[in-house]
Design a protein around this ligand. Sequence first.
Ligand code: NAD
Ligand code: TYD
Length: 354
Amino acid sequence: MENVILVTGGAGFIGSNFILQRMELDPASIVNLDTLTYAGNLHNLAAIANEQRYEFVQGDIADRQLVRHLLNRRKPRAIVHLAAESHVDRSIRGPDDFIRTNVGGTFALLEEVRAYWRGLADQDRKNFRLLHVSTDEVFGSLDSEDPAFSETTAYAPNSPYAASKAASDHLVRAYHHTYGLPVLTTNCSNNYGRFQFPEKLIPLMVLNARDGKPLPVYGDGQNVRDWLYVEDHCEAIATVLDRGRVGETYNIGGGNEKRNIEIVETICDTVDEMAGRRGPSRRQLITFVRDRPGHDRRYAMDARKIERELGWRPRETFESGIRKTVRWYLENADWVRDVTSGSYRQWIATHYSS
Ligand code: NAD
Ligand code: TYD
């Protein structure tokens, strides 16, 4: 077995941050399997595209033959499974792709990985790991007084996205209990940082604020999310992969519970400061719009297990992380232009007009 990590969905937001971080800090070779949906962007990985230790393979995790050949050719010691459809609003408008990739794709991957793993030599079989990246959304919604989600909180997914991720988590768990596949699962809170596709809250608001467009806040803006800086998340994934206990799940959070309206106001003030302002505060652009159906009220993660067992905790404060993020979007207009293609503009037009 080679010192190779196979990353699925490595051209997406978290995947590309993870690959760039690992290429810098880890001697392992990285194979990136990504089908390049609207959310996948190889420009994120331009800095390492020609490195010997990196290989990109365009393909679907549900393509079993392709996955089988790739596993047998590259013989990875670990798989970090990030490939998914990831946007709640899109799952509400069209759940099919979510079931196909998140459930069917994960199942196909598990089947091929199981066959590959069974064929490994004893020591390699022992050392092999599949790390499945999941979300806090599988636990449902909290009231303001409820304790944060822990690893033993019962699953109660509320959106098609959350249900598809919950299903994939259950499959991963079952492959460990039934077949002994050495899996790890991480459930993390909302990530933010560079390379996030601008349909998600933070980049959407930064770019609309930059351009003087309305800032569409769903419902009353009082929904709470726990924000995790993407590079902290990537370090957590690497930590669990190296030292996590097989078969366990680890919650990962940023310890930053914020109401959506607070986030949007902070973005307005930061863009005013960094991009300068000619007219009134960008807070004037905030527009309350119709709520998302079934909108979960609050997510919060209890991340004490990963801290206690593995010594991980986030380095970034929200104040410093959001400044870095806003600056990145303002300074990378080319990247933004690149991803806000025809299909992106169509999504924004359809979603926010109804
Ligand atoms: P993303 O949408 O930015 O990227 C997903 C990537 O997967 C894209 O590059 C896409 O091309 C690829 N992909 C989609 N379907 C595929 C398929 N069938 N085969 C191969 N590749 C495919 O998502 P992200 O925000 O980077 O999230 C990565 C993972 O982390 C997902 O599993 C998501 O559920 C989970 N997660 C994300 C967050 C967050 O805040 N972004 C929070 C919790 C969990
Ligand atoms: P999002 O980034 O879609 O992540 P998730 O729904 O997975 O938590 O949204 C974060 C929060 O921001 C969520 O409560 C919905 C809200 N939101 C808005 O108010 N307006 C928007 O335009 C978007 C995209 C999200």
